[in-house]
Design a binder for this molecule. Sequence first.
Ligand SMILES: Cc1cc2nc3c(=O)[nH]c(=O)nc-3n(C[C@H](O)[C@H](O)[C@H](O)COP(=O)(O)OP(=O)(O)OC[C@H]3O[C@@H](n4cnc5c(N)ncnc54)[C@H](O)[C@@H]3O)c2cc1C
Length: 431
Amino acid sequence: MENIIIVGAGLVGSLLSVYLARAGFKVSVYERNSDPRQINMQSGRSINITLSERGFKALDAVGAADVVRQLCIPVYGRIMHAQDGELTYQPYGNNKEAIYSIGREDLSKALISFAQKHENIEFSFNQKCIDIDLPTATLKLQNLKTGEITQVQADRIFAADGAHSPVRHKMQRLKRFNYSQEYLEQGYKEIIIPPGDDGSWVFDKNAIHIWPRDNFMLIGFPNLDKSFTLSLHLPYEGEISHDSTASGDAVRNLFETYFPDIWLLVEPNLTDYSHKPVEAMVTIKCFPWSYQDKVLLIGDSCHAIVPSYGQGANAGFENCQLLTKCIEQHPGDWQTAFREYETLRKPDMDVLADLCLEHFTVLRKMVGDPKFLERKKIERKLQQMNSEFASLYYNISFTCMSYSEALRIERIHQEMISQIAENNIKREVSV
Ligand SMILES: Cc1cc2nc3c(=O)[nH]c(=O)nc-3n(C[C@H](O)[C@H](O)[C@H](O)COP(=O)(O)OP(=O)(O)OC[C@H]3O[C@@H](n4cnc5c(N)ncnc54)[C@H](O)[C@@H]3O)c2cc1C
């Protein structure tokens, strides 16, 4: 039986271990952090993520969807909070389609526990990859508890070690390895709003709440314990920024001016706000994703995206399924399997990365914009009239069509919507 090493027991690494073990390989997963089931993990990453159709399909294919579903809250649409407190609801679909909000930590623990049930999967925690020899698929590890350094070798190594992947760093030194990274000019800090005094949700639990304010925004996700996680997205520097809201008075001023409807809920929960680091969001593209038939990058290590569509983990899960299919189609021919996988998936992940950057601006700037809302209204009417007419968000979140195909359809739809909007304006003017 071939031995496989996975670096990183994050969301993608854990699910990938299940796919590979089921395909008949012996899998060892090395993770630098402690076992999240034994500690209160403070990764600094977002507290919530949302799962959608393609993520669930990939979980379902290995029987992991049910355990995950129990930890989720369905979210049927967005509620926009205008500065004057007015609320606008945008359903995600016409048939109560939902995305699912889940705690990152809950998901991570569930996937590790699910994977550990498989006899051919072994997890080692507190083992940090400090180097890799690509041609021999040999990993140098440091035990972060004891300091001990060891080497492990496998037939193949899969690097699911996240956006700052040490394995990718090593590959970046190879000739003809393409790499780019781009940070958003905005960063975020999270604020937890506990349940109300009577133990109930403080906002509608089945919606994502957005306070779009042009160059900045607040976004809220429901949690299973009836709390909400708010992410405050601000530019790093400038008039309204993380820099300018370093003091408690400045934060109060920001909320009282731009988010007055929730200041009273936020105020008691700001005790550690000023000490929290500002979290960054990055887009990473690179190619190739593989080194010969020995090493493959997977997940954020080769395609980190900004979270505006909530797709990073969903796409990563989908990729575990696609990769396994390629491996099974080319038994023993790993190089062909890797090539096929990366060639198939790279264009889609590039499309998704660009769409996510665009959508970030949409969420911040245009969700509260009357012209945008008018276009959304037209889009919904078209959807009601013709069930084939699905929005880009719909195709990304509620179908498993490729991201490139979703973009192709969207271009056609936007052209139609522009024409209808133009005709509406002409009609209004002539009336
Ligand atoms: C703010 C925010 C919100 C998001 N929201 C969503 C969402 O709603 N929906 C969605 O689908 N996606 C979302 N994402 C994206 C999602 O979090 C990532 O795409 C996903 O976590 C990628 O999984 P991964 O396993 O590739 O990487 P990670 O989850 O980052 O896991 C990498 C693992 O590798 C380990 N590791 C790193 N270096 C080493 C080393 N040297 N040795 C050993 N182990 C190592 C890390 O400790 C970690 O456990 C969001 C991301 C952000 C930042």
